[in-house]
Design a protein around this ligand. Structure first.
Ligand code: AP5
Ligand code: ZN
Length: 209
């Protein structure tokens, strides 16, 4: 099973990915998590990406496409994978299509902007695994600690309200066009296009599952 999760920052892609990857026994490929790991490790890519991410802008298509192409050839992707946060621009979606990577489903998670701002301010993450919590809506068992490892949770550098608003603008301009990209592909050629699934992302985490 090869799945694309499409949705604005804070729509709940990472949260629902945890459930879907278990259900289908496939790895989660979050380009955001990969970039954050590079930032933490201080690699040349990480150094370059940090300023872009902190400003809420997108890392260049070439870098992202290279990262993803390398990742999907790894052994654990033989059974499929779930893309979380990729593709995020038309050129990224075109690169996937041109590489002949067949996607089974595009799942759009739709949440309005004010709800997103609320979610981001309360988000806490476990940097080692990418596991995501919310202070009110999805609290860890022990305050400030990851449920699995007991390690500290952190707040993401790009979760301040101003940066979140910049990320939402970038989403509207550069990523939202992928909605009609996949829908019109399905209308033109249903056999080759991924199935398009729309999910209203407001409601409890379990309801959305
Ligand atoms: P990335 O890490 O992908 O961030 P994003 O797309 O902005 O999405 P988020 O991770 O912020 O949100 P999410 O949808 O996963 O929501 P979550 O489940 O955490 O990218 C970061 C940066 O990296 C980008 O800005 C860019 O610079 C760069 N980048 C990454 N990929 C790139 C690409 N392909 N091309 C170029 N640049 C790229 O949920 C949010 C919060 O809400 C959590 O606290 C959660 O607990 C809570 N929550 C979730 N569901 C619910 C619910 N139903 N009810 C209440 N609360 C909920
Ligand atoms: Zn995420």
């Amino acid at each position: 099973m090869r799945i694309i999760l499409l949705g604005a920052p804070g729509a709940g892609k990472g949260t629902q990915a945890q459930y879907l990857t278990e259900k289908f026994n496939i790895p989660q490929i979050s380009t955001g998590d990969m970039l954050r790991a590079a930032v933490k490790a201080g690699t040349p890519l990480g150094i370059k990406a940090k300023a872009v991410m902190d400003a809420g802008q997108l890392v260049s298509d070439d870098i992202i496409i290279g990262l993803v192409q390398e990742r999907i050839t790894q052994e654990d992707c033989a059974n499929g994978f779930l893309f979380d946060g990729f593709p995020r621009t038309i050129p990224q979606a075109d690169a996937l299509k041109e590489a002949g990577v067949q996607i089974d489903a595009v799942i759009e998670i739709d949440v309005d902007n004010e709800e997103i701002i609320k979610r981001m301010s309360g988000r806490r993450v476990h940097p080692g695994s990418g596991r995501t919590y919310h202070l009110l809506f999805n609290a860890p068992k022990v305050e400030g600690k990851d449920d699995v490892t007991g390690e500290d949770l952190i707040q993401r550098a790009d979760d301040q309200e101003d940066t979140v608003r910049a990320r939402l603008k970038v989403y509207d301009e550069q990523t939202a066009p992928l909605i009609s990209y996949y829908k019109s592909w399905g209308e033109a050629d249903a056999a080759s296009a991924p199935r398009y699934v729309y999910i209203q992302g407001v409601g409890s985490v379990d309801q959305i599952r």
